[in-house]
Design a protein around this ligand. Sequence first.
Ligand SMILES: C[S@@+](CC[C@H](N)C(=O)[O-])C[C@H]1O[C@@H](n2cnc3c(N)ncnc32)[C@H](O)[C@@H]1O
Length: 255
Amino acid sequence: MRELIVDSFAGGGGASTGIEMALGRSPDIAINHDATALAMHEVNHPGTLHLTEDVWNVDPYAATGGRPVGLAWFSPDCKHFSKAKGGKPVSKNIRGLAWVVVHWANTVKPRVIILENVEEFQTWGPAAPEELNDFHKRAFTVLGIVGGGIYNAPFSWDSVYWAPNAIGVSWFKSLATYDFRDLTRFVLLCHEARIRGEISSLAPQYLRIMLHQRGVEGGMARRHPNLEEALAEWRAEFPADHPLVYRDPIAESAQ
Ligand SMILES: C[S@@+](CC[C@H](N)C(=O)[O-])C[C@H]1O[C@@H](n2cnc3c(N)ncnc32)[C@H](O)[C@@H]1O
C-alpha cells in the first residue's frame, strides 16, 4: 500500500513544494486552520486533500483512514519565538503546537517525522513568568553578583529554564576560587540566599548552573544552612589542628 505524506501547518506551500521536489509528488493531506493559507496551498497542490481544521481537532486515524504514513511534516508557528520578533516566547498556545507531533507519533506512527522550526526551538522550555517571585529575585541577584552584574553575567536569557522554585542557566565562563573568587562567592551567596546551587557540565566551555529554592529549616529536603551554620559544620569537620587548615607560619614560629 502506498504510504501517505502529510503536511501539517501547511501554509502557502513552500514546505509541500519542497516535499514534491524531493519525493516527486505532493502531500496527500494538508492541514491548516486558516482557510486562506490552505486556499493558496490548493493552488499549488490541487491533488492534495485539504483539511481546514485546528491541528488538535484532526484525528490522525480518521484523517489517514488507517493507511500507513511514510512522512509526516510539521511546521508549527514560530512567530512568537523567532529572531525577527526577538525577545522571549509569549504565547503558551503557540509554543505548545509542536506537541501535536507526539500525538501523531503515538497514534499513526509515521515512518519519518520532520519538525521544522527556528533554531531557538531547541531551547524552548517553560515561559518566563510575568513577574519574578522572591526566589527568582534572590537567584538572579546571586548570578548578577557572581557574573559581575546581571546584564554582564555570562549566560543568555533566551535559554533560561524557568520554574517557580528553580532556574537554570547555561554559563559560558569558568568559575574558580582563587584568584577571581567567583566560585567562592557563588557558594557563599547561595548559602546566604537559601538556595541550592548546582553546577554541572553542559558542553565544551559551558556550565549548567541550576538554582533551587530551599527553606530555612525543616526536614532534609528543605533544610539549608546559612553561612554561619555551614562554617560551623565545616569547622567541626576540619578543626584548627587539621593538617589542611591554614596556619600562619610566622605566627606559629613566634609561639
Ligand atoms: C510557519 S507557517 C507554515 C508554513 C508552511 N510550512 C509553508 O511552507 O508555507 C505555520 C502555519 O501554521 C498555521 N497554524 C497555526 N496554528 C495552527 C493550528 N492550531 N492548527 C492548524 N494550523 C495552525 C498557521 O495558519 C500558519 O499558516
